[in-house]
Design a protein around this ligand. Sequence first.
Ligand code: MSP
Length: 508
Amino acid sequence: MTQFYLTTAIDYSNGEPHIGHAYEKIGADAIARYHRLRGDDVHFLIGMDEHGQKVEQTAVQQGIEPQALVDALAARFSAMWKRLDISYDQFMRTTDAMHRSGVRALIERILDKNPDDFYEKAYEGWYCVGCEAFKQDAEILDGKCMLHPTRTLEWVEERNWFFRLSRYADFLRTLLTESATFLQPESRRNEMLALIDRGLEDVSASRSRLAWGIPFPKPLSSGEQQTTYVWFDALPNYLTATGFPDQSGPAKWPAQLHVVGKDITRFHTIIWPAMLKAAELPLPERVWGHGFVLFGGERFSKSSGVKLDVDEAISRHGADAFRYFLLREVPFDGDGSFTYERFEERYNADLANSWGNLASRVIAMVEKYRGGLVPDGAFDDNDRLDTADINAYHSAMGGFLLHEALNRAMACVARGNETVQASQPWALAKATDDRSRTALDAILSLLVRQLARQAILLAPFMPSKAQTVWEQIGGPGSIHDQRFEHLTSLSAAGWSVKKGESLFPKDI
Ligand code: MSP
C-alpha cells in the first residue's frame, strides 16, 4: 500500500477554534478520506502549537499556568474535530515529551551536519506576537503588522542563535521552480519565488526572554540558555510525529502532503525545507497553501475580532451540511466568504431539494414498485455520463480542487434527478406490459446505482450522510470501506432498500 502521510497546520493554543481552523481541517479530512477510498495507507496528523510568546501571554492574561491553558484548549479543539467528524489518526501536542526531545534532536543534527548554519548575533527589530515573527519594513503599515493590525508590535533587542537561511536561497529557488507540485496552487509558488528574489534574511532560532518553550540545545557563548524560537519548535512536529530521531512512530517521514494556510506558506516552503536540508533529511513531497474563509470581508482570527460562533454554525444543519457548505463555497485554492444566507440557499437547493429529495424518491419508488428489492438492469448512457464526471472528480481531487470535485459529484446528483423526470417511473409502473416492466427495472436499477456512486463520491465530504444513504439503499458494510476502483462497475441489483429518516430535514 502506498503511504499517504498528510498533515495540517498545528493550531495556536491561545483561543477558541474558529471557522478558519475548521475549514482547513475539513478540507484536509476530505483529502484523507478520499485517499482511503483509493486504498492508500493514510496517516492523518493534526495538533496544537502550544509554546511561544502568544500562548504565554494569553495564560498570563487569564491568570493561569500555560500548561493549564494548553490542556484546556487541546481538549476543546479535539472535541471540535470529533464533532466535525475529522478522521485524524494522530493528535500532536508540542508539549509532548516525544516532540520536545525530537526538536532537540533535530537541532543537534543540524549542529552536527552543518555547524555553520547556526551562529550568534545581536538583533533588533519589530516582533509581531500574532505572527510569532520579526517583521521587515515592507510588512509594516502605520506601525502595525499588516496581518495583525489590532496588535502592538514589540521592539526586541536580543542576542540569539540565528539560522543561516540566506545560504539556502538557491536551493529553495531550484526546489520551487523545478518541481511543479512541491508548492501549489501556482499563485503561492509565484509569491514564494518573489520573496526569495527580494533576498532571504537569516532568521532567529532562539529567544532570550521566553520561558514557555523547548530549551535550545546549545547555550550562547555567554553561557545563557535560550528557548527555541516557536516556529523552530512547531514546524518539526510533522517529523517528530514519526518518532524522529528513530522511526518508531505510526508513519514514516517524509510526509506526502502538508495542508496549510496562505499566511504561513512561507514558513513551510522556505524555512522548513531549509531546516530539513541543513539536517540532511528528506523534504515533504507537497505543500498546499489554501486561502481564507472570510466573514464580512475579514479573516477570522483572535486578534481581528471577527466573531462567528462555529458551534452555532454547525448546529444550524449538522456537521455534514457545514462541511459541504464550506468546501463548496470557498474554493480550496482561493478565498471565499461565509454567510448564513448562502448557507441556507445551498442547504436547501443542493442538499435538501436535490440530493435528499432524490434519495427519498428513489427509495420510495423501489419500495412501492418492487417491494424494496433493487432490480437488475443494463448500464446505459447515464452511466457513461456519470463516468465522465467521475473522471473529472478524480482529476480535481488529485489537484486538491475540492470545490471542483464537489461540483462534479453534484452534477451526478443533478443527472439522477433528470433521470427521474425524463423517465417518469410512475407512468411506467401503471402499465402492465412486459416492456414497461423491463423498462422500469432498468430505470430503478440505474437510479439506485447512481445514488450509490453519489454516496461514495460525497463520502469524503459528508461522511455521515453518505453512510446513511448507503444504508438506506442497502449497500454492504461501511461506505468508508469501499474502493474507487470498483465505482464505475458497481451494481446495486439485489440490494434491499429501507426508507429511513429524512436526509436533510428543512426545519432543524
Ligand atoms: N501555529 C501556527 C501554525 C504552525 S504549523 C507548524 C498557526 N496557527 S493558527 O492557529 O494561527 O492557524 C492554523 C491554521 O489555520 C493555519 O494554516 C491558518 O492559515 C489557518 N487559518 C486561520 N484563519 C483562517 C481563515 N480565516 N481561513 C482559513 N484558514 C485560516 O498559524
